[in-house]
Design a protein around this ligand. Structure first.
Ligand code: AMP
Length: 397
């Protein structure tokens, strides 16, 4: 059985065709500059040269048509007919408070995705365009929507409500939703399986540390807390996002710099985080580590502030769950930055965490990095959101 996974952005569309018999990727690719002059599709099939198509893609519909042509191409294709694609899975950012799980797309689902445009203004319209383009190009095929917010929907009200007047929750559903949900769902589930954690001992903290970073606490694969909020701005210090700040900072900057709240939000999303703390040096942890090793104090401050917030969050989640059975690291930093993992985990000696320094050298591969006598088992577990979406698609198609 083959599943096509689609991640549609406003001017881009990523895809993977996954053979679910062995969960292997048959082909993947990217359409860039949709609706902008200079559109390009790059199609990758393992073992052969990339196939690049430079053709106008005025809409997502034309992009999907080109993707299907590439998948069927005599030389670079991997299927003989569209009938070989059993179903399509779509990454959708926001399902609001309506969808607590992935769901097969129908008119009601599309209506809810549309109603959530306000909550996910950059992503939801594009996600819906991706779905409608697939419906038009492959009539009759099942489309499944996998929401990035669904994982956070199992939080209790005391974890998801903001302590602000109730009317804002009632009128606008302003609450903490959490993001990276598909990744947290995948990594927490895979950690339970990989570690063979028995029922009743499945308290997992997932640290998804990448350009965007978030941490979740879950029990038996169900989230009990997560660090992102109404938007992905809340929580950890990130590549260019500030994470938690006192909201009064927004008003202060508006008043003193003559900026609007929108302007400041853009600054907090795009020009803050480790990028800002490092004196605009870089948001990439490889650059920051190198600079810090060469004595750059601002780069060191950025790394220290990042680690400090991660430590506080893990510590908070240990308290929330009265301990943890496993901690898993994922995302570009979590999977690859051994020094950052060691720095963070050094703060959990009090909780009996013991790391095997040799095993912690692992990069981008599944590995248990704690010692056999560690009170909490610690893992590096690469995320795979596309596979998670494909699995949900098979389950619900
Ligand atoms: P992601 O958003 O999950 O793709 O993560 C991207 C981030 O991972 C980059 O900005 C880097 O900061 C970080 N990263 C990737 N590879 C490495 C590495 N080998 N060492 C340290 N950081 C890395």
């Amino acid at each position: 059985m083959k599943v096509l996974v689609i991640n549609a952005g406003s001017s881009s569309l990523k895809y993977q065709l996954i053979d679910m018999d062995d969960e292997s990727v048959k082909a993947k690719g990217l359409c860039e500059r949709i609706g902008i002059p200079g559109s390009k599709l790059t199609h990758k099939v393992p073992g052969i040269e990339d196939f690049v198509v430079e053709k106008d893609m005025p809409t997502h519909q034309t992009a999907i048509e080109l993707v299907l042509e590439a998948l069927l191409d005599a030389e670079h294709g991997v299927v003989k007919s569209v009938d070989e694609i059993d179903a399509v899975g779509h990454r959708v950012l926001h399902g609001g408070s309506v969808y607590t799980e992935s769901i097969k797309v129908n008119d009601d689902v599309k209506r809810v995705i549309r109603e959530c445009f306000d909550l996910g203004p950059l992503h939801n319209p594009a996600n819906l365009m991706g779905i409608e383009a697939c419906e038009a190009a492959m009539p009759g095929k099942s489309n499944v929507a996998v929401f990035d917010t669904a994982f956070g929907m199992s939080l209790e009200p005391y974890a998801y409500r903001y302590a602000i007047p109730e009317e804002y929750y009632d009128k606008y559903k302003l609450r903490r939703y959490g993001f990276h949900g598909t990744s947290h769902m995948f990594v927490s589930g895979e950690t339970i399986r990989y570690a063979n954690l028995p029922e009743g001992h499945q308290r997992v903290i997932v640290c998804h540390l990448g350009n965007g970073s978030s941490i979740s606490a879950s029990v038996g694969g169900k989230a009990v807390d997560t660090s992102m909020g109404l938007t992905p701005l809340e929580g950890l210090v990130m590549g260019t996002r500030s994470g938690d700040i006192d909201p009064a900072v927004v008003q202060f900057i508006c008043d003193h710099e003559g900026l609007s709240a929108d302007d400041v939000l853009t600054i907090l999303n795009k020009k803050s985080g480790v990028f800002a703390l490092s004196g605009n040096l870089s948001s990439d942890f490889r650059d920051l580590s190198e600079a810090a090793n060469n004595g750059n104090e601002k780069a060191q401050l950025a790394l220290d502030a990042f680690a400090h917030k991660v430590e506080k969050t893990i510590g908070g989640y240990l308290a929330v769950m009265n301990g943890a059975d496993a901690i898993a690291f994922t995302g570009g930093i979590g999977e690859n930055d051994c020094a950052m993992r060691a720095k963070i985990l050094a703060h959990f000696g009090y909780a009996g965490v013991k790391i095997d320094a040799e095993k912690n050298k692992v990069r981008g591969e599944r590995c248990e990095i704690s010692t056999p006598d560690s009170a909490i088992r610690v893992f590096v577990l690469p995320t795979n959101e596309e596979l998670a979406i494909a699995r949900e698609t098979v389950r619900l198609r």
